[in-house]
Design a protein around this ligand. Structure first.
Ligand SMILES: C[S@@+](CC[C@H](N)C(=O)[O-])C[C@H]1O[C@@H](n2cnc3c(N)ncnc32)[C@H](O)[C@@H]1O
Length: 245
């Protein structure tokens, strides 16, 4: 339902930007699929497994715009280790690697269909895909310079645990960028009320101050935060953090 509602709205979004060109094509990229995640995520798995093949086409304008905001927010040299939580079909990876081919990126998601789509598109050897829940990451402590999360935080059933995991896998002073819908916008509040009643995949939205508070309480120093719109309907927030030592 989240998807259907967003699709109806996005059909009206105008002025989308063109994707950068990048040589993504079918390949045998590393793709790790451990056991399925707990049953509370069943609705998400069902929805995104069904959507995976058409996600890029249907959501192109919205994803392009929001991923561009994520990329603008990170300060990179080009050789960092990056984790993208809830990476979906890997559009963020595709665009990051088009600009900085030397990045080492891991994309994680709970949905096998989305990960397969990401792996199908990627030809770069420095990206790998891993099935993992956002609150239960398998990577060692301090193993990333940068963690990213786009358009997904409203699905997470355990946001506190997720942020604890973000902090754990980041090296000291590492960056975290979060972009998601924002409850400060009236239209998002109304969507949120509706989705809570009708859509089992949806969990909740946060206001920017709520989100900041949660991040700070998780040991992530907020170094930048703002709100922006995509089209006339989607109100989002971007929060840029640094892991305190
Ligand atoms: C709207 S898509 C966003 C995908 C991508 N980040 C983008 O911006 O295009 C949401 C993604 O979150 C994933 N997801 C939802 N809950 C998750 C969780 N608890 N852990 C990991 N991934 C999750 C879904 O499977 C889906 O691929």
């Amino acid at each position: 339902m989240t998807v259907r509602l967003m699709e109806a709205a996005l059909a009206r979004v105008s002025g989308s930007r063109l994707l950068q060109t990048c040589n993504f094509s079918p390949s045998q990229e590393p793709l790790v699929m451990p056991e399925p995640t707990p049953s509370e995520n069943d609705a998400i798995l069902k929805e995104y497994n069904q959507l995976a093949a058409s996600y890029d086409r249907r959501w192109r304008a919205y994803v392009d715009e929001t991923v561009r905001v994520v990329i603008e927010s990170v300060a990179l040299r080009g050789d960092e280790r990056i984790l993208d939580i809830a990476c979906g079909t890997g559009e963020l990876e595709r665009l990051l690697l088009a600009r900085w081919p030397g990045l080492q990126i891991v994309g994680t998601d709970i949905c096998e269909g989305m990960l397969r789509e990401a792996a199908r598109k990627a030809e770069c050897k420095t990206v790998s895909w891993l099935r993992a829940g956002a609150s239960d990451l398998p990577q060692p402590n301090g193993s990333f310079d940068c963690v990213l999360c786009a358009n997904s935080f409203h699905y997470f059933r355990s946001p506190v645990e997720t942020l604890a995991e973000v902090r754990r896998v980041l090296r000291p002073n590492g960056q975290f960028v979060l972009v998601d819908w924002c409850d400060n916008y009236l239209i998002c509040k109304l969507c949120s009320l509706w989705l809570r009643l009708t859509d089992r995949t949806f969990f909740r939205l946060y206001t920017l101050p709520d989100c900041r508070r949660q991040l700070e309480q998780s040991g992530l120093e907020v170094v930048g935060a703002d709100r922006f719109r995509v089209g006339w309907i989607w109100g989002l927030m971007r929060v840029v953090c640094r892991r305190t030592p």
